[in-house]
Each structure stands twice: as structure tokens, then as C-alpha cells.
Design a protein around this ligand. Structure first.
Ligand code: GRF
Length: 221
């Protein structure tokens, strides 16, 4: 039995994905220890949730730093100091400097609300609706220096329904995000995943031909 993975989480917003991770840990289905939760917003809901769960937190105000480089250096200094083995970006809305994140490549994941490689960046729900997509979804990928461009580990799909608006679609997708992120972190915690540079993912030592898919709450290939 490997020792529990020590996980740091970065979040800028309400923190519902963090809440899903904490709930899975509390339910005994996600064997991780949360080392720290950090944010670029002192009033982020995610920080309040973490404090409520007894997880150490920190907030760094980007305005207090002269440059992105200095902010990122302090951010990663804090993450290193937490003793975390892995880092989860759960709604962290800042772009990270490629050089600063390099030591974490292969142990850092992000959840993005689109079926990557479609719709990197912002307003993914609106863009899926505007394109008339029949299907929308979320992806969990390894973070590399390329924004929303690292190898995709797993995806969850939902149908776009007639009458869906941006808010409704986002809300429905959030429900599956809350299953997807714990499911991927579970694989990471079991040391079953690896990044195969430059664009691949291995599960149990075998290169995945395509991202895993969430079906009925389980990841399948
Ligand atoms: C989620 O939609 C996630 O996919 C995106 O940011 C949002 C965060 O929501 N990266 P929450 O703060 O976890 O509720």
C-alpha cells in the first residue's frame, strides 16, 4: 500500500471541485492528504472550504508582486514548502510561468471545462453553444508550459440539450466535473498514471491511445 499522496490545490473561485475532492477523501474513496490550498484571491470560497476542513491555506495577492515571475516564484516556493507530491489546479484562473512550473511537470493536473483540444482558454460553454456542438464536456490534463495544452488524461461528456444556455450547461457539466476530478486523482494517488513526454499519458505503464472516459462514475478506456 503506497503512502497517501500529499496533494496541494490551487483555486481562485468558489471551490466546488475542491469540495468534491474533500468529500471523496472523507468518504474514504480518495486516499490523499491535503498539504495546502492556495489562491490568488484572499476571498476565494475555496479557501473558506479548506479552512473548514482543517487544511492549511495561503493567499498571494498578484498586485503585491512586481512581476508574474516574482509571483510564480513565491507561489511555487510555498507549494514546495508544503511538502506536496502533486498539485491540482481546480479553477485556478492565472497563467503560470513555464519555467516556474517545470519542476512540477508530470505531477500537476488541471480540470478544464471543455473537450480539449477544443476551446482552450475562457468562455468554453458559450463557445460550445455558439458552435452548435451536440456534445460538451470536461477534461483533466497534465499541466505543461502550453496553456490548456498538456496531455489529456481523462474526459467526461454530456449532451447539449435544446434550450441550454451558458449557465445551465455550465451547471450540468459541473456535476460531472465533480466525479471526473476525484476519479483522476485516485489514479494519481495509486501511482498508476505517468506523463509520457511530449504528449502522451501512460496508465499502468501502458501508453493510452486516447483519453480515459468517465462512464457511470468510472474511468474506462
Ligand atoms: C470549473 O468549471 C473548472 O473546470 C474550471 O473552473 C471552474 C471551477 O469551479 N477550471 P469551482 O471553483 O471548482 O467551483
Amino acid at each position: 500500500m503506497p503512502s497517501p499522496l500529499r496533494v496541494a490545490v490551487l483555486a481562485s473561485g468558489r471551490g466546488s471541485n475542491l469540495q468534491a475532492l474533500i468529500a471523496a477523501r472523507d468518504a474514504g474513496t480518495l486516499p490523499v492528504d491535503f498539504a495546502v490550498v492556495g489562491s490568488d484571491k484572499a476571498n476565494a470560497g475555496a479557501l473558506a472550504l479548506a479552512r473548514g476542513a482543517g487544511i492549511p491555506t495561503f493567499a498571494l495577492d498578484p498586485k503585491a508582486f512586481g512581476s508574474r515571475r516574482e509571483f510564480d516564484a513565491e507561489l511555487f516556493r510555498r507549494l514546495d514548502a508544503s511538502g506536496a507530491d502533486a498539485l491540482v489546479l481546480a479553477g485556478f484562473m492565472r497563467i503560470l510561468d513555464g519555467e516556474a512550473l517545470t519542476p512540477w511537470v508530470g505531477r500537476m493536473i488541471n480540470i478544464h471545462p471543455s473537450l480539449l483540444p477544443k476551446y482552450r482558454g475562457l468562455h468554453t460553454h458559450r463557445r460550445a453553444l455558439e458552435a452548435g456542438d451536440a456534445e460538451h464536456g470536461a477534461s483533466v490534463h497534465y499541466v505543461t508550459a502550453e496553456l490548456d495544452g498538456g496531455p489529456v488524461i481523462a474526459q467526461a461528456r454530456i449532451d447539449v440539450r435544446p434550450g441550454d444556455d451558458e449557465h445551465g450547461l455550465a451547471q450540468r457539466l459541473l456535476g460531472v466535473e465533480h466525479q471526473l476530478l476525484p476519479a483522476v486523482l485516485r489514479l494519481l494517488a495509486a501511482r498508476r498514471l505517468a506523463l509520457l513526454p511530449p504528449h502522451g499519458v501512460a496508465l499502468d505503464g501502458r501508453a493510452l491511445p486516447a483519453p480515459l472516459q468517465l462512464r457511470h462514475g468510472e474511468l474506462v478506456d
